[in-house]
Design a protein around this ligand. Structure first.
Ligand code: URA
Length: 240
């Protein structure tokens, strides 16, 4: 998770969505770029985390890893490519395509809400490891009301289909057929399978929280970079 880098200026501007490679070359020639206070005419010049890079006098802050928060809409799949359905990556700028981004876990095509997208493999792996107990909360609208007995059963770790057991899942009732389910593992279709085991059925599913991060400030399909404090929440969540 170290943030050491040595990158070309044009790659940095392109990764941040500030300038395409071509525009960066023009900007450099026009004297709009400085490194450590000196005008830099070559877009190929490499800079490190210790250099001060500016565009038009404004400091450009770059980090090797990108951490993106997307409010996933329905109808998009969490995959690099899909022959049939649009992927969540199509909701990001085109110039992010070659940065090695992936989703931290997957949401089903019709699940909405908090989706973290990054190219930090170590952090992603740690966030998904059940042993780190990183909690995610899903708001589920179900076919039938959820009872206190269901809450108690899920909290014990309910037996799922195909002989698998879920880890304890913590359900809070919101309305009769709406509840929040807090889990720390990412089994395939986990929430839907928990409700099936409770003889119920999920009608709508939205992830409303990932380790303390929500996305109610974003419309469906909108994204932004994680704030520094949000990234810290993720890093703290995996510190044993
Ligand atoms: N559980 C599900 O059933 N679906 C999701 O998309 C996420 C968790």
């Amino acid at each position: 998770m170290s943030e050491v880098y040595n990158e070309r200026i044009d790659k940095i501007f392109s990764a941040l969505g500030l300038l395409s490679r071509k525009d960066c070359s023009r900007a450099a020639k026009a004297g709009r770029i400085t490194v450590n206070g000196t005008t830099e005419k070559s877009p190929a010049r490499k800079v490190t985390q210790d250099d001060t890079l500016c565009l038009d006098g404004e400091r450009v802050v770059y980090s090797k890893y990108m951490y993106i928060l997307l409010n996933k809409p329905q109808g998009y799949v969490c995959a690099a490519e899909d022959g049939r359905y649009p992927t969540v990556f199509e909701l990001l700028p085109k110039n992010f395509a070659n940065l090695g981004l992936f989703t931290v876990g997957r949401l089903d095509m019709n699940t909405t809400g908090v989706l973290i997208i990054t190219n930090d493999g170590a952090l992603s792996h740690a966030l998904l490891s059940p042993k780190n107990k990183v909690y995610k909360t899903y708001r589920a609208k179900t076919k039938f009301p959820v009872s206190e007995n269901d809450v108690a059963l899920a909290a014990q770790g309910i037996a799922l289909d195909e002989g698998e057991n879920a880890m304890p899942a913590f359900i809070t009732l919101v309305e009769d057929s709406v509840s929040d389910v807090k889990v720390c593992e990412g089994k395939f279709h986990l929430i839907k399978r928990i409700f099936l085991a409770l003889h119920n059925q999920v009608r709508e599913l939205e992830r409303i929280d990932f380790a303390g991060i929500g996305c109610s400030d974003l419309e469906y399909g909108e994204w932004r970079f994680l704030e520094e404090e949000e990234l810290q929440l993720l890093k703290n969540a995996v510190l044993g």
